[in-house]
Ligand binder design. Structure first.
Ligand code: URA
Length: 237
């Protein structure tokens, strides 16, 4: 189940704000009934009608893994008309990304129209590990590494670091390349973690989500997930 305004925005027909306005003004029908309450939940079988136009139904679930380029927004639509991750996928389905990567972060992101799987992957209780490669300013000392491994407090909650490796150090430029696996979905969390150690992130890329890795996907390329992979993702619940 997804919120009506989110489904409308994900369809690309309207922005989220416009969707809310249309709902409040009684211009949206679900299964023939006017819905004017924001936050009403709908599923893929509901018929949504916006000012007389019926939104396409998503009966067939689709699952994609995209290698997101820099300067792409991780949402289904953007008020500023910037390219979104959804624009990269050639389909008519109402896809939305699972979780977020920052505008300037590259790497793996799952897109689907399956709200149930999206919820499983996004829910903190399922502890889905995600691996990032970060280029950071400076060279980490033992104290930094100990702090990382024991979990850094960000905004009152500890970030649980499952794995951590220094991949490379550039002594001349005073930068490091580090690989970090975290079980955490908060926005900007990797940047916040390194910022709190006074080693700001210069570049960030996500190279793994659970068992899914970048494989041969070049920047901007995507592939469909296999049924086996989808089942395996469901089993992470
Ligand atoms: N952490 C961040 O700081 N940015 C991302 O895009 C993902 C995780």
């Amino acid at each position: 189940m997804e919120r009506l305004q989110k489904v409308m925005a994900a369809s690309g027909l309207v922005s989220r704000r416009k969707a809310e306005e249309l709902i409040k003004n009684g211009k949206v029908k679900v299964n023939g009934v006017i819905i004017s309450k924001l936050g009403t939940k709908v599923n893929g079988n509901d018929t949504i009608e916006v000012e007389g136009t019926i939104l396409k139904k998503d009966n067939v679930k689709e699952y994609y893994l995209l290698n997101k380029p820099r300067k792409v927004i991780s949402s289904a639509s953007d008020d500023k008309n910037r390219p979104t991750v959804v624009d990269y996928i050639d389909t008519d389905a109402r896809l939305y990304p699972v979780g977020r990567l920052d505008y300037d972060t590259t790497g793996l992101i799952i897109l689907t129209n399956d709200g149930e799987l999206a919820n499983i992957l996004a829910h903190p209780k399922n502890k889905i590990p995600k691996t990032y490669i970060a280029k950071i300013e400076g060279l980490l000392n033992k104290d930094d590494i100990d702090r990382l491994k024991s979990g850094i407090m960000i905004e009152g909650r500890k970030v649980f670091v499952q794995d951590f490796k220094i991949r490379d150090k550039d002594f001349a430029k005073k930068t490091s390349l580090v690989e970090v696996t975290i079980i955490e979905g908060r926005n900007h969390i990797v940047k916040k973690m390194f910022a709190s150690l006074h080693h700001p992130v210069i570049r960030l890329s996500r190279i793994k989500i659970a068992f899914l890795s970048s494989d041969n996907l070049k920047s901007g390329q995507y592939r469909k997930l296999s049924i086996k992979e989808v089942k395996k993702l469901y089993s992470l619940k």
